[in-house]
Design a protein around this ligand. Structure first.
Ligand SMILES: N[C@@H](CCC(=O)N[C@@H](CS)C(=O)NCC(=O)O)C(=O)O
Length: 194
């Protein structure tokens, strides 16, 4: 299994899951501006979508879209999934929320946007983070152990800190707990972010 990632991008979530799982995997960074991978491959030849994450399976199939990549990793490593009769539904529900309501709302910060657009986005993100803070089930989103939704949340909290977006206190605590984990530190180091 090989993860194509860009340092600090949303692919960091899957990268953390792979480190947390402790099983062998490969990874290769991608320059999103030039679309070249670290070994000089044209990333557009890996995926015409041209964006990360992209997870190449051992049989050659490619999984793209963070929700699908993280759902796949949760199916492979059930310790990162949800429990209970609606487990898969709850996992997808939370992944979709983080992707569509939080991740995508950072768009104005990545582009040359007006300050008022950034302020609007910032307030929106904080409101959406607040919902997660209000429904948290323990030390992490689902309970006492982190799962793929926490790893995805972590990426958005990293961005929130970078762009000065206010983070509710319970999620700040999740961020600190995740940052303290050796696998998260190893991932940040591997991406040149530690
Ligand atoms: N729809 C994709 C979007 C992923 C995405 O936004 N990737 C960003 C990094 S966080 C990217 O690679 N951007 C470069 C580009 O679109 O050219 C998903 O949810 O996985």
């Amino acid at each position: 299994m090989k993860l194509y990632y860009c340092p600090g991008a949303c692919s960091l979530a899957g990268h953390i899951a792979l480190h947390e799982a402790g099983m062998p995997f490969e990874s290769e960074s991608v320059d999103l501006k030039t679309k070249q991978t670290a070994t000089g491959t044209d990333f557009n030849s890996v995926t015409v979508k041209g964006y990360v994450p992209a997870l190449q399976l051992d049989d050659g199939q490619l999984v793209t879209e963070n929700i699908a990549v993280l759902d796949y990793l949760a199916s492979l490593y059930p310790q990162f999934a949800f429990d209970g009769p609606l487990a898969r539904t709850r996992l997808l529900e939370q992944l979709a929320y983080i992707s569509t309501e939080i991740h995508k709302s950072f768009k104005p910060f990545w582009h040359d946007s007006h300050e008022d657009q950034k302020a609007t986005a910032s307030a929106y993100i904080t409101r959406r983070l607040q919902y997660l803070a209000d429904t948290i089930k323990g030390d992490f989103l689902r309970g006492d152990q982190p799962g793929v939704t926490d790893f995805y949340l972590f990426v958005t909290l990293l961005w929130a800190k970078r762009f000065g977006v206010s983070v509710p206190a319970p999620l700040d605590a999740v961020y600190e707990r995740l940052t303290a984990r050796p696998a998260v530190q190893a991932t940040l180091k591997a991406e040149g972010l530690a």
